[in-house]
Design a protein around this ligand. Structure first.
Ligand code: ATP
Ligand code: MG
Length: 433
């Protein structure tokens, strides 16, 4: 057995509890990841001490989930460690469990979802307690339910989605009977709250290097049919596009998460992604950002594809128009989505714009977006100027948009004199744009 090397604060907390006579173990994700040789920031404890005892023993605690027996203990660096009293499930309804304290370590491990998550480790004695052979499954790369898979999934339908996430996160296979129980769970997933489902999608986007495999399993198990019916027909190419969002530049984590979700929702039939996000309780801010990206993507992707395929490539005027439609700050994200999709298409042997062409478009678009007029506020005249010509209401709005269209075609027109002359000329002839 190799030492799992928990941080010193973990050792200290376990020792304090044990000195007071309370059996204490590290459990869950940190033990699993340490065995895989990976760092995990959150070392959680399971202990025989009751929540009240834990709060008396440590000076600085946070009642993070007292009803489930969880007390947060702050270490000297103000890092919080969750300390949870051994517990057993007494009642489950497929959504959440009601728990009871006074259980043994083995009972506590038995209520955990997968063998790889049910390994206990004593940091003070450097001993592993592994009644469900989680370490063996970790070495073999298997996600396997603790106990009877059908029972475990029936107790909590979220476990099916968690199994899929852990398998994709580590490149593991899902054990046969566990997979069968996931498939059998799918029709019952409507019991899950939309918030929990959305969080599973977000965790998958955050934790899984290549999320396409996870969502292929959502599709193939029937989870999408129950949870996001608009995605039942999502293709492998559409899913692979999510993996390719890694390139060419890695955005920050929240950006990456939102872009990945946008790429997944790009597979929803036109005009329905807003409904899908509403059903999953995405925030209005996230939903409106994603909707505007997807609208721009749907509107621009065909012309970008055609221009990039042509021998002369895209003209500056083409690029100004695209940036103008998407918005200066959003165009790079739209291009990133298109690029990821094209990458997935090329990978599948289909014809799509090449890497070099996209990289060059990206560079040119950046330069053009910050040099040329592409938005209404870039125009050399504004609404007040046009009011002086007697324009108002919708006619004024239309005149401004016509001017923008004109300067996007030819930026040299963007001077007050030339724009005013354009408006006068148009209202004189009455022809509009
Ligand atoms: P992560 O790295 O995503 O935090 P984790 O394994 O720590 O992985 P958590 O969701 O933080 O996952 O849960 C901590 C532990 O609690 C799990 O390892 C597992 O033992 C147990 N657990 C969590 N959710 C469930 C569940 N729905 N059913 C049974 N056990 C669960
Ligand atoms: Mg965790």
């Amino acid at each position: 057995m190799t030492t799992l090397n928990p941080p010193p604060a973990v050792l200290t907390i376990a020792k304090i509890l044990e000195d007071k006579g309370h059996e204490t173990w590290c459990v869950g994700g940190a033990v699993r990841d340490a065995m895989l040789g990976e760092q995990h920031l959150d070392w959680d404890f399971a202990t025989a001490a009751t929540p009240d005892q834990v709060r008396k023993i440590f000076r600085r605690t946070v009642p993070v989930g007292i009803e489930f027996g969880t007390v947060g203990v702050l270490d000297e660096h103000n890092v919080m460690h969750e300390v949870t009293t051994f517990r057993r499930d007494v009642q489950t309804d497929g959504r959440h469990a009601v728990v009871e304290f006074g259980a043994s370590l083995d009972e506590d491990l038995a209520r955990r979802d997968f063998t790889i998550n049910a390994v206990a480790y004593s940091p003070t004695r450097n001993v592993v307690h592994d009644p469900f052979h989680g370490e063996k499954d970790l070495r073999a790369g298997i996600v396997r339910a603790v106990g009877d898979p059908q029972d475990r999934m029936r107790e909590d339908r979220l476990r099916a989605l968690r199994a899929i996430r852990f398998a994709a996160r580590y490149g593991f296979v899902i054990e046969k009977k566990t997979w069968a129980a996931i498939v059998d769970s799918a029709p019952h997933m409507s019991r899950l709250s939309p918030e929990r489902v959305r969080q599973e999608i977000e965790k998958t986007m955050d934790q899984v290097p290549c999320p396409s495999g996870a969502f292929a399993n959502w599709r193939d198990s029937g989870a999408f049919a129950t949870l996001v019916p608009d995605l039942v027909g999502v293709t492998d190419i559409q899913l692979r596009a999510i993996d390719h969002l890694r390139r060419p530049l890695l955005p920050t984590r929240p950006q990456r998460r939102l872009l990945r979700i946008a790429m997944l929702l790009a597979a929803v039939p036109a005009g329905r992604s807003g409904n899908a996000m509403k059903a999953l309780r995405f925030s209005n801010a996230a939903a409106s950002w994603i909707t505007s990206l997807l609208d721009s993507l749907a509107g621009l992707e065909p012309s970008m594809r055609t221009a990039l395929a042509a021998s002369h490539g895209a003209t500056d005027a083409d690029i100004r128009r695209w940036v103008s439609v998407a918005g200066r700050t959003r165009f790079a994200s739209v291009l990133r989505l298109a690029d990821a999709r094209w990458w997935a298409e090329r990978e599948a042997g289909e014809k799509a714009p090449g890497d070099a062409a996209v990289a060059s478009l990206h560079r040119r678009a950046l330069r053009i977006a910050y040099r040329d007029p592409v938005e209404l506020s870039d125009l050399a005249v504004d609404g007040t100027d046009l009011q002086k010509l007697g324009l108002s209401g919708p006619a004024l709005g239309k005149a401004l948009h016509d001017l923008l269209e004109a300067v996007v075609r030819d930026p040299t027109l963007n001077t007050p004199d030339r724009l005013m002359a354009l408006v006068k000329g148009r209202s004189a002839t009455g022809t509009g744009a």
